[in-house]
Design a protein around this ligand. Sequence first.
Ligand SMILES: Nc1ncnc2c1ncn2[C@@H]1O[C@H](COP(=O)(O)OP(=O)(O)OP(=O)(O)O)[C@@H](O)[C@H]1O
Ligand SMILES: [Mg+2]
Length: 166
Amino acid sequence: MTPTESVTAVTLETSSPDETRALAAALAAVAAAGDRLALHGSLGAGKTQFAKGFAVGLGITAVVNSPSFTLMAEYQGRLPLFHQDLYRLAGSSEAIDGGLLDERQDEGVTLTEWAERLDAHLDPERLDVSLEVLDDERRRIVLGAGSRPQYERYLAAARDWVGMRP
Ligand SMILES: Nc1ncnc2c1ncn2[C@@H]1O[C@H](COP(=O)(O)OP(=O)(O)OP(=O)(O)O)[C@@H](O)[C@H]1O
Ligand SMILES: [Mg+2]
């Protein structure tokens, strides 16, 4: 399958959770300190699967699960990974008090599920990753870098991954 390309976004499809994890692992290869990825999509779209794969790509051996009850979990790999799930977030003050907007994140990569819950407080300098359910096993994934050139390397990595996959 050929990805749809534009300057600021790449759209592709995966046909299994394994493939979504493999894509995310490939993207993690270009991750740099301070990166933020906002993961969008309905319940069960695959945001946590993406996070699991991304963690593998950072060399993290711990199992990454949804941090719903703590809002944020931290893992150590090539870079620290901060995995946030804001589904149950009550309000932005909880986010600030709970350290969700911590400057330590500048040292690592932050993946945020349900980023829209933080709304205006979320760093606009981020890569948007939107997952859409097509059927049981297929997902459409849109990587959006908008006008943030520092995130274009993820788009390039996604194009390379699509070109290389069997
Ligand atoms: N192509 C695919 N990519 C990712 N997940 C897939 C795919 N096909 C099927 N699945 C299944 O969809 C589910 C995705 O669950 P996951 O927990 O990642 O979703 P989520 O977006 O994090 O949901 P939530 O909003 O509840 O946190 C898993 O059960 C996974 O096996
Ligand atoms: Mg999840």
